[in-house]
Write a protein that binds this ligand. Structure first.
Ligand SMILES: Cc1cc2nc3c(=O)[nH]c(=O)nc-3n(C[C@H](O)[C@H](O)[C@H](O)COP(=O)(O)OP(=O)(O)OC[C@H]3O[C@@H](n4cnc5c(N)ncnc54)[C@H](O)[C@@H]3O)c2cc1C
Length: 429
């Protein structure tokens, strides 16, 4: 048996560990176009900020591949999958055979389609290489523009502010973090970030990046100019599906994966940011491009590659962020688009507190808690277990809402999940 894994990040590494837990002998080959796998992508903005050093971003030992008897091909791109010959062709023309393949190619940063985006000094923030390159030019940088107000854009803005730079974030939409939280909570977070000295311009976009070779300034909305030496693009990500699509594997937004994280080819699996798999809140396939989902999917795909029959329960969109001491957590559906959902909101702008739950037929399918994160564990458990909370829904957003207030509902819940399990989950989340 020869296992091949394309992509050596959260999903790929967890798959290796799962395979080795069941199969100590067969050959595993991992392919990555990055030269330095085994770092946590989530931490690169903190590394850029200078708040952690490079040693802290490695999440497995440097001997990981040796200890797990894994052959590596690093710094080379996998270009083609031949599903009939069960063979992968690399960019250097080398061919590698597989019996079971995992596609864990993740996602790439979307680049802004704006004139001048190819100038020196314009970066996405997706890899350690990007962070290192930005770091090497910081001595020459006074002003920074961040295009995009999502998680990565704001983390980059925070990092460079922390490095003493003047930072402005340009956000095309009317709010920051529009993929994660609603406008009510985003407005409180935006005001808080601005108080700390980062400027945020919503409803504004760069229409050109100017400079002879390196970036010198931005044209904003075809009108004003913003001088800057560094531009960071934080416009979200696109799943790296091309290699699968070209091989005839079924794709949609991502690679379609079934309840065992198998693609429509019985020997090929998909996991992580590239996989479109079951979403617990949406009750359909979706991509939740978050680290824990990639790890869990990698683990399950790895087990199933060895012949196990481990089913995948599904993921929940879940983001936990903090900017300048103000935490916000969102789970599941937070900005429902259809009228089958009910939204309950409690807001206290003076205390910078915002809480919201989204219900469908009495069941919570999404939540946001800003500066009130202590109840998110309970909410997460109610979402996962689909408990009907109709009888107590008006108490859920009250201060001091806790497990005691819903114990009867939990006990009577159709799903009847155990009280012990409930307590454990709420404590660890
Ligand atoms: C700055 C930043 C901060 C983040 N913060 C958080 C956070 O706080 N919490 C959270 O949950 N998530 C966070 N994320 C998202 C998280 O990092 C991703 O969900 C996670 O990395 C996905 O893991 P993956 O293994 O699916 O793919 P990836 O991490 O994208 O890795 C895929 C790997 O495959 C390689 N590859 C792709 N195509 C090929 C090919 N054809 N041949 C060879 N190699 C290939 C890629 O270069 C890459 O090394 C953050 C992401 C970024 C960029």
């Amino acid at each position: 048996m020869q296992y091949v894994i394309i992509g050596s990040s959260a999903a790929g590494i967890n798959a290796i560990e799962a395979i080795r837990s069941k199969d100590k002998k067969s050959k595993i080959v991992v392919l990555s176009d990055e030269k330095t796998p085994l770092y946590s992508r989530c931490l690169i903005s903190y590394f850029l900020a200078g708040t952690i050093d490079e040693k802290k971003i490695w999440y497995r030992s440097e001997n990981f591949f040796k200890e797990n008897k894994v052959d590596t091909v690093l710094g080379v791109r996998a270009e083609k999958i031949d599903t009939d010959k069960k063979e992968i062709t690399l960019a250097n023309k080398e061919k590698i055979k597989f019996d079971k393949l995992l596609i864990a190619t993740g996602a790439s940063a979307k680049m802004e389609s704006v004139k001048g985006v190819d100038k020196k000094g314009v970066f996405p923030l997706r890899t350690i290489e990007h962070a290192l390159e930005m770091q090497s030019m910081l001595g020459r940088v006074k002003q920074v523009a961040v295009l995009g107000g999502g998680l990565v854009g704001l983390r980059a803005a925070y990092a460079l502010k922390n490095r003493g730079k003047e930072v402005t974030v340009f956000v095309r939409s009317p709010q920051i973090l529009s993929q994660i939280i609603d406008k009510g909570s985003a407005d409180i977070m935006q005001a808080h970030i601005e108080e700390k000295g980062i400027k945020i311009k919503t409803g504004s976009a760069a229409t050109e990046i100017k400079g002879s070779d390196s970036v010198k300034n931005l044209i904003i909305d075809n009108r004003s100019e913003y001088p800057c030496e560094l531009v960071i693009i934080g416009k979200g990500v696109s799943p790296n599906i091309a290699i699968a699509k070209d091989a005839g594997i079924k794709t949609n937004w991502g690679i379609l994966a079934d309840g065992f994280l198998k693609t429509d080819n019985k020997d090929i699996f998909a996991a992580g940011d590239v996989a479109e798999a079951h979403d617990i809140a949406l009750e359909e396939n979706s991509i939740n491009a978050i680290w824990p989902a990639a790890c869990e999917q990698g683990r399950i795909a790895g087990l199933n590659m060895t012949g196990e029959k481990e089913s995948y329960e599904g993921s929940l969109a879940m983001n936990s962020l903090e900017f300048f001491g103000l935490p916000v957590i969102s789970i599941g559906i937070t900005k429902p688009k259809k009228d089958i959902y009910e939204e309950l909101i409690k807001k206290d702008e003076n205390r910078k507190i915002y809480k919201k739950i989204v219900l469908r037929n009495g069941i919570i399918v999404g939540a946001i808690t800003l500066n009130a994160v202590e109840t998110i564990g309970i909410l997460g458990t109610l979402i996962k277990n689909k408990v009907d909370v109709s009888a107590i829904k008006d108490t859920i957003l009250e201060d001091h809402f806790n497990y005691g207030k819903i114990v009867n509902i939990v006990k009577n819940s159709k799903q009847g999940f155990k009280q012990k399990e409930f307590k454990e989950t709420t404590m660890t989340l």
